[in-house]
Design a binder for this molecule. Structure first.
Ligand code: NQM
Length: 344
């Protein structure tokens, strides 16, 4: 399925081995990793197209669905559950309806999803006229050709502050940095402090070795500050977001290291984190972001922009973020995993 600007394989949990090591070994063979082209599997040779969602009915009273996200590395024999993915979340909700986990309503079905990786929740509204999922519609999202049915995602902040270090701005690896977590931990730094404009194409940023070393250093420092695994090579978080002044009428311009490749757009939950920082005074975005309405933040990225709604409580705290994505069912059926390599 395509979910937002990502693509991956979506499985029922019951169809995969229960043992995580066995499951991950199987998923590497399903996706064709490790191999830069993923020529022998379903993967699309980029982290954004090498994703897996594992879906099950929830036994928790507040949720319908359990969604475990797994990132399958392209060039390494490595699968990690260190992050969730807001883009694939847009695919998980219609999948849960189509596989009978959630009963469809007419014309919209609200699916309450527990994000297993983070323990947080989201509500996803899927277009289901006459009780049938429809992927067709008039909504365009940047980074995806054409239009499709809108899938509205409400991301709960679960009451906590989005700033996990307790500070909205701090110096990390000699940079003014904001650590934020609206579902995917991010560290936000100004592109100018790293000697780049922040409008460069992803490939140019990936090829800049001086830059990528500094990005790695700030990622390491932020992982420590946020209490994450500081063995950054074993995790895909935090993401490093380079920000600069908006160029197309938005609130902020972004380029996001996820964490080695640069996103062609921006993650849905990463965008929610950037929006939270835009709406909060005193962050590393001060003097760069243009804030006209802090309840609707337009986050520019390499393919266009994402529009994030913020729901603020009476105390000014961020209660939830909303994002509109689309999804598409591309194929259903059987996948034939590549043979184990040591078996020839
Ligand atoms: O931040 C890519 C994506 C993502 C994550 C990544 C995501 C999110 O765009 O919610 O969706 O940051 O690795 O799929």
């Amino acid at each position: 399925m395509r979910g937002g600007t990502s693509k991956g394989a979506v499985f029922l949990a019951a169809d995969l081995p229960a043992d995580p090591a066995e499951r991950d070994e199987l998923l590497l063979r399903v996706m064709g990793s490790p191999d830069l082209r993923q020529i022998d599997g379903l993967g699309g040779a980029h982290p954004l197209t090498s994703k897996v969602a594992v879906v099950a009915a929830s036994t928790e009273p507040d949720y319908d669905v359990e969604y475990l996200f797994l990132q399958v590395a392209v060039d390494r024999p490595w699968v990690t559950d260190s992050q969730t993915c807001g883009n694939m979340l847009a695919a998980v909700a219609p999948f849960a309806i189509e596989s009978g986990i959630v009963l469809a309503a007419d014309p919209v079905t609200r699916v309450r999803v527990r994000l297993v990786n983070t323990g947080k929740g989201a509500t996803v509204a899927v277009s289901t006229p006459k009780g049938q999922v429809t992927y067709d519609g008039a909504t365009a999202i940047a980074g995806v050709p054409g239009t499709a049915a809108a899938i509205k995602i409400d991301i709960e902040s679960n009451g906590g502050s989005p700033f996990p270090t307790g500070q909205v701005c701090q110096v990390l690896a000699d940079l003014d940095a904001t650590c934020v977590d609206m579902g995917v931990p991010c560290v936000i730094v100004r592109a100018a402090q790293l000697g780049v404009r922040g409008s460069e194409p992803p490939a140019a940023l990936e090829a800049n070795k001086v830059l990528t070393e500094r990005v790695r250093a700030v990622r390491f420092a932020a992982a420590r500050a946020m209490g994450l695994d500081d063995e950054v090579d074993k995790s895909t978080v935090p993401k490093v977001v380079l920000v600069s002044a908006p160029r197309h009428g938005g609130s902020i311009s972004t380029r996001t290291f996820i964490p080695e490749r640069v996103h062609q757009a921006i993650g849905a939950l990463a965008a929610a984190g950037v929006a939270a920082a835009v709406a909060t005074p005193g962050t590393s975005l001060d003097g760069v972001a243009v804030v006209s309405d802090s309840s609707l933040v337009r986050v520019e990225h390499p393919s266009g922009y994402a529009e994030i709604g913020l729901v603020l409580g009476a105390d000014g705290q961020i209660r939830a973020a909303t994002d509109v994505r689309t999804a598409r069912l591309i194929a259903t059926g059987f996948v034939y995993p590549a043979p184990r390599r040591n078996e020839g």
